[in-house]
Ligand binder design. Structure first.
Ligand code: GLV
Ligand code: GLV
Length: 321
């Protein structure tokens, strides 16, 4: 009997074609929407593999609904805060994810957000389209440049380092970082700092960290108050690293100059949310890894993770947890 695998989404084109060729019994949600919870809870029964995305809640209830056959869960993301690892561990379930292959895409988008906020791109586009664009004006829509500035990276993993490398090429001449641990390999390129020092001294504060108990709501009113009033904040990590009502207040009170967000709480952010009304806040709909290149390989890795997991072999990208 072919093992049953549940996939909660349709994959990018080439990966999807390859998924269909596998010799397991594929139960796939065919629509371009989240798989309804009750459908997932019933389809997962007896499954040996689960291919999911970050909008799926892979909690105790779901993992236990699968029954004892579930061997492998792979998420098409680098983040895995939506998976209950304690329950997965208890049930000997391997967990796969898709690091590395989305680092460039996500770092590019993080630079875009930072630059968009620093150069008032939202007001600029609106002005150009609205007829507010008159003659060239010396004092109009002036933002901030990167050259000669200090970057503060909160989270200096693969993505954080890729962002720092990009911004060094833009002329940033000092990089501070805060994270779980100091990285000796970054000596001479970046300085390990306390959160306090990073907030006070950085012109750009960029969050690229995993969501953990230590980083949850790390950016609250006190944190924004410590930042320079000319500082730009960008977040391509998870919405929950920010205490969002405090960010609204900080932007309204001009405690910081602007923000660029690819992640919010909740997602999607309701269109009437106060953050959308702020000129100095640029918001994108969680598209950090959204390049054709990255998404195809992410799909491919998920298929490899599933096929290895079904055979009780080490996964192509296995989370050590
Ligand atoms: C996206 O947020 C990811 O974790 O890959
Ligand atoms: C994850 O955040 C990474 O740095 O790859």
């Amino acid at each position: 009997l072919a093992p049953k695998v549940v996939a909660t989404r349709v994959l990018p084109q080439h990966a999807q074609a390859r998924l269909k060729e596998q010799d397991f019994e594929l139960v796939q949600w065919p629509e371009d929407s989240l798989m309804p919870r009750d459908k997932l809870l019933s389809d997962i029964k007896g499954a040996e593999g689960l291919l999911c995305v970050l909008g799926d809640k892979i909690d105790k209830e779901l993992l236990e609904a699968a029954g004892p056959n579930l061997k492998v869960v792979t998420t098409m993301s680098v983040g895995y805060d939506h998976i209950d690892l304690a329950t997965a561990k208890k049930n000997n379930i391997k967990v796969g994810y898709t690091p590395d292959v989305l680092t460039d895409a996500t770092a590019d988008l993080t630079v875009l957000l930072t630059l968009a906020a620093a150069r008032k791109m939202k007001q600029g586009i609106r002005a150009a389209e609205n007829g507010e664009w008159r003659e060239w004006r010396p004092n109009w829509l002036c933002g901030y440049q990167f050259a000669g500035k200090t970057l503060g990276m909160v989270g200096m993993g693969r993505i954080g380092q890729a962002v720092a490398n990009r911004l060094r090429a833009f002329g940033v001449n000092r990089v501070l970082y805060w994270g779980r641990s100091e990285k000796p390999e970054l000596k001479g390129q970046a300085e390990f700092a306390s959160m306090d020092q990073l907030l006070k001294e950085s012109d750009y504060v960029v969050a690229c960290c995993a969501l953990t108990p230590e980083t949850k709501e790390l950016f609250d009113y006190e944190a924004f108050k410590k930042m320079k009033d000319t500082a730009i904040f960008a977040n391509s990590a998870r919405g929950a690293v920010v205490k969002q009502e405090d960010l609204v207040r900080a932007l309204q009170e001009n405690l910081i100059a602007g923000a660029g967000l690819d992640v919010t709480t909740p997602e999607p952010l309701p269109t009437d949310h106060p953050l959308f009304k702020l000129d100095n806040c640029v918001i994108l709909p969680h598209i950090g890894s959204a390049t054709i290149e990255a998404r195809e390989v992410m799909g491919d890795i998920c298929i490899d993770n599933i096929t290895s997991g079904l055979k009780n072999e080490k996964l192509r990208c296995e989370l050590n947890y």
